[in-house]
Design a protein around this ligand. Structure first.
Ligand SMILES: Cc1cc2nc3c(=O)[nH]c(=O)nc-3n(C[C@H](O)[C@H](O)[C@H](O)COP(=O)(O)OP(=O)(O)OC[C@H]3O[C@@H](n4cnc5c(N)ncnc54)[C@H](O)[C@@H]3O)c2cc1C
Length: 337
């Protein structure tokens, strides 16, 4: 394994902002990960794990060692009772390719998560979700390297503390666990999940195949979200706020028509951050080359040569205005590094 100095991270983050890693290693297997960690320890370097770079915003150069997860491989494991089968994938696998591969093999449950950018290893980090599904629905266990105990371990789903766009790995386990592979349990029987209205509407009067659901999800996503290959972005910049039902009732007086969604927890409701930002007129506003997308107030884009700081300052102005106007603190979904 080679450790390279002064590596540009610009092609490795979907915002396309400039940043340089002082040290960089591509990790293809367990031995390389251990070797890279030993190097960082000997050199007293901080470590930053990076997958596809689609949920990070670099606001400065990184002074330590970036570990780029490039371990591949998908294993189809034992079949389980109740028409289920387990499948294990390396952290460096591309998420969308993995979703498509499972569907082609007749293993179902991930269709609604098609076209989410990034890697398999990062997916549990924020419990990726879309169109009424999230990875926690299918996840069984993870192989991780525990940097605190300097050992490999297997963590089951209950240890991952999954919640809405969140997990142990984004909270207390941040900087501690490196996810090496992910095991999911998928169904060999096909039942579409059309709980999300926009998806159900796109497939109305059909009994869609898994392939058709994937196509519909991809087409809705393409119509709503800019392609990071064309216009740098990291999808939704902020999480949708979860607030008490009392707070929601008082907000409704100020904001008639404010939508709300169930959270599964009594007394709490989720409201769309994009709706609040849209009300405040954020769509299309700019700071240098950083811009709020014309069609989606939750998506910040790099129109050319924006720096990470430009994007951060625009995001901070947006969240301040929501706090001042509605008393709601927006939380970034993107990891600011
Ligand atoms: C256009 C667009 C649309 C998007 N839509 C959605 C969506 O619908 N739903 C959704 O949930 N997300 C969405 N995202 C966000 C993003 O795709 C996901 O968060 C994705 O899982 C990030 O994967 P990544 O490999 O790019 O992670 P990175 O951006 O490389 O890393 C994200 C975080 O995970 C950590 N990390 C990465 N790999 C590992 C690992 N192996 N072990 C430990 N930590 C790790 C990193 O240190 C970092 O903190 C979207 C992004 C874009 C650009």
């Amino acid at each position: 394994m080679e450790i390279t100095r002064s590596v540009s991270l610009q092609p490795l983050n979907s915002f396309g902002v400039p940043a340089v890693a002082a040290h960089f290693a591509a990790i293809s297997n367990r031995a390389e990960l251990e070797e890279a960690l030993a190097f960082a320890k000997a050199e007293r370097l901080p470590i930053q794990v990076l997958g596809g770079g689609s949920n990070v915003l670099f606001i400065r150069d990184y002074p330590g060692l970036v570990l780029h997860m490039e371990n591949h491989g998908v294993e189809f494991l034992q079949t389980m009772p109740g028409q289920m089968q387990r499948v294990r994938a390396g952290a460096g696998e591309n998420w969308h390719d993995f979703v498509s591969m499972c569907s082609r093999k007749g293993l179902y449950g991930l269709e609604n998560l098609a076209l989410i950018p990034g890697t398999v290893g990062a997916a549990p980090m924020q419990n990726i979700g879309a169109y009424g599904a999230e990875i926690a629905d299918c996840l069984i266990e993870l192989s991780v390297y525990d940097r605190k105990k300097n050992s490999w371990l297997t963590m089951d789903k209950s240890q991952c503390e999954f919640s809405y766009r969140d997990s142990l790995f984004k909270q207390s386990g941040r900087d501690r666990f490196i996810i090496f592979d992910v095991t999911l349990e998928l169904s060999t029987a096909w039942y579409p999940n059309l709980s999300y209205a926009a998806l159900a509407n796109a497939l109305v009067n059909q009994e869609p195949t898994a392939e058709q659901v994937i196509e519909a999800v991809c087409s809705i996503r393409r119509s709503k979200l800019p392609d990071p290959g064309v216009l740098g972005n990291a999808g939704s910049f902020f999480k949708n706020p979860i607030i008490s039902e009392d707070k929601y009732a008082s907000l409704l007086e100020q904001l008639p028509g404010l939508p709300s969604y169930q959270t599964g927890e009594s007394g709490l409701t989720k409201i769309p951050a994009a709706w609040l930002l849209d009300k405040l007129g954020w769509k299309g506003r700019t700071r240098g080359a950083a811009k709020v997308h014309d069609a989606h107030a939750l998506v910040l884009v790099n129109t050319g040569d924006a720096s990470g700081e430009d994007i951060l300052l625009l995001a901070q102005a947006m969240s301040s205005s929501v706090l001042e106007s509605f008393g709601i603190a927006l939380e970034p979904e993107v990891q600011i590094l």
